[in-house]
Ligand binder design. Structure first.
Ligand SMILES: *[C@@H]1O[C@H](CO)[C@@H](O)[C@H](O)[C@H]1NC(C)=O
Ligand SMILES: *[C@@H]1O[C@H](CO)[C@@H](O)[C@H](O)[C@H]1NC(C)=O
Ligand SMILES: *[C@@H]1O[C@H](CO)[C@@H](O)[C@H](O)[C@H]1NC(C)=O
Ligand SMILES: *[C@@H]1O[C@H](CO)[C@@H](O)[C@H](O)[C@H]1NC(C)=O
Ligand SMILES: *[C@@H]1O[C@H](CO)[C@@H](O)[C@H](O)[C@H]1NC(C)=O
Ligand SMILES: *[C@@H]1O[C@H](CO)[C@@H](O)[C@H](O)[C@H]1NC(C)=O
Ligand SMILES: *[C@@H]1O[C@H](CO)[C@@H](O)[C@H](O)[C@H]1NC(C)=O
Ligand SMILES: *[C@@H]1O[C@H](CO)[C@@H](O)[C@H](O)[C@H]1NC(C)=O
Length: 359
């Protein structure tokens, strides 16, 4: 029983046991049903299909979700716009437009968390602190979060940000911050310079090293970012909307059914007779209504070639696939230091002096 429970609760795990859904029949069957969304064949489902390392199940960190406070907002209907897109409201925060790639690792829990943390640092500093929070650091160093590349718990990730802190760090090979992601995205549809997705196997969880990448010349300790105490949003659409509207994107978890893997466009609603293959964590950045159907606007971490340029839309308001029942987040702790603004003003002055001097 305990065994099964862990299997069901762990996120990012797409069981290796399910039949390959990427058959033309499976896709055609979805597309001929006149649904609110369409399916498409991808050549890279292998990189989504991660199996769990059973040996690691012995010592189980537990999901801290139930120990977090639940936040509920009393919101009048008129206070929530019919549609909202965080990318437009906070247009000077470039991370909001970034789609990351978790590669062949079940690190969705760490990706959705660090993507939302990155956005929130920018939003809460009025666009001044554009620090990419490192998925690598969270994935590799939070031993209490779960099983690294074999899945983890969103609530624990946000608690780790509060208690321990997470350093800066960007995409694979980006040299953006202290610890960039070490797992290369794979080539999905074309033969390029990257690893062939069809050939990749599940990655091992990267090692935790509390130093910054070679060549960055950054100090791990001073690169740490922190969050305040995390909380779970009440299982009510308007509370989740108000949170996004006022504080920025959130991390959410939902159950994955096999048809989700071949989502192409539209408002996703699971079809009949499909099996559940795991759970997944993503970042909700807004909402809207399409052809009378309310949806959440969501950023995935399967790179920009998947779905609607890396995003997808999912039925909103019915707790579809559990999307409204595990929304966790925290506001950033920007500290009392204002090092970065001061530094930037300093640099501006310096450039101006140089400019005047060199003219
Ligand atoms: C498909 O759905 C749309 C909108 O619900 C409807 O207008 C149309 O008649 C449907 N078409 C078929 C072939 O069922
Ligand atoms: C970013 O945008 C916000 C909201 O429009 C604005 O208040 C803020 O001053 C901008 N920050 C920068 C650094 O441009
Ligand atoms: C990433 O960086 C390493 C070391 O600089 C290099 O060998 C590798 O080719 C780069 N990978 C990609 C995909 O650019
Ligand atoms: C990737 O690997 C698969 C299986 O080894 C092979 O069938 C396919 O042609 C390769 N694709 C590219 C683009 O190299
Ligand atoms: C970083 O540099 C050190 C010393 O040169 C070396 O031992 C280490 O392997 C390098 N690490 C990486 C990830 O390249
Ligand atoms: C990094 O910064 C911390 C805090 O400012 C300092 O104590 C530590 O000595 C620094 N480490 C290195 C390697 O410079
Ligand atoms: C789902 O399965 C039921 C019972 O086997 C069948 O009647 C129904 O047509 C199936 N639905 C779809 C969309 O295939
Ligand atoms: C969330 O709300 C839905 C609909 O109100 C309900 O069916 C579901 O059980 C709730 N889930 C949790 C975890 O509270």
């Amino acid at each position: 029983m305990g065994y099964l429970h862990i299997l069901l609760v762990l996120t990012c795990i797409l069981s290796s046991a399910f039949a390959d859904p990427v058959s033309n029949d499976f896709i055609e069957n979805i597309n001929k049903q006149n649904l609110t969304w369409r399916a498409r064949k991808y050549s890279d489902t292998s990189s989504r299909r991660l199996s769990i390392s059973r040996t690691s199940l012995g010592l189980s960190p537990t999901d801290e979700k139930d120990s977090l406070n639940i936040v509920a907002y009393q919101i009048a209907d008129g206070d929530i716009p019919e549609s909202f897109d965080a990318r437009e409201k906070w247009s000077n925060c470039s991370s909001l437009k970034e789609i990351r790639d978790q590669a062949n690792c079940g690190s969705c829990w760490a990706f959705a968390a660090t993507e939302a943390m990155t956005d929130r640092i920018c939003i809460h500093s009025n666009g001044i602190k554009q620090i990419s929070v490192s998925a690598q650091d969270l994935l590799s160093c939070c031993t209490n979060c779960g099983y690294g590349c074999n899945g983890g718990y969103p609530a624990n990730a946000w608690s780790y940000w509060h208690k321990t802190g997470i350093v800066s760090g960007g995409l694979y090979n980006s040299s953006n911050g202290c610890r960039s992601y070490s797992l290369a995205p794979c080539d999905h549809h074309v033969s390029g310079s990257l690893t062939n997705c069809s050939a990749v196997i599940e990655a091992e969880t990267p090692q935790c090293v509390k130093t910054c990448d070679n060549g960055t010349h950054l100090n791990y300790t001073t690169e740490l970012t922190f969050g305040e105490v995390p909380y779970v949003l009440e299982n009510v659409t308007s509370s989740i909307q108000w949170e996004i509207l006022t504080n920025g994107p959130v991390e959410a978890e939902f159950d994955v059914y096999e048809d989700f893997l071949v989502y192409s466009e539209g408002v996703y609603k699971k079809t009949e007779n499909v099996s559940k293959v795991g759970a997944h964590d993503v970042k909700i950045i807004g909402w809207g209504v399409d052809g009378g159907i309310p949806y959440w606007l969501i950023a995935n971490s399967w790179n920009a070639e998947w779905g609607e340029n890396g995003y997808f839309r999912m039925l909103r308001g019915e707790n579809h696939c559990g999307i409204e029942s595990y929304v966790v987040v925290a506001v950033p702790n920007l500290g009392s230091d204002s090092n970065i603004p001061k530094f930037e003003i300093g640099m501006l002055l310096f450039s101006w002096i140089l400019y005047m001097y060199c003219r």
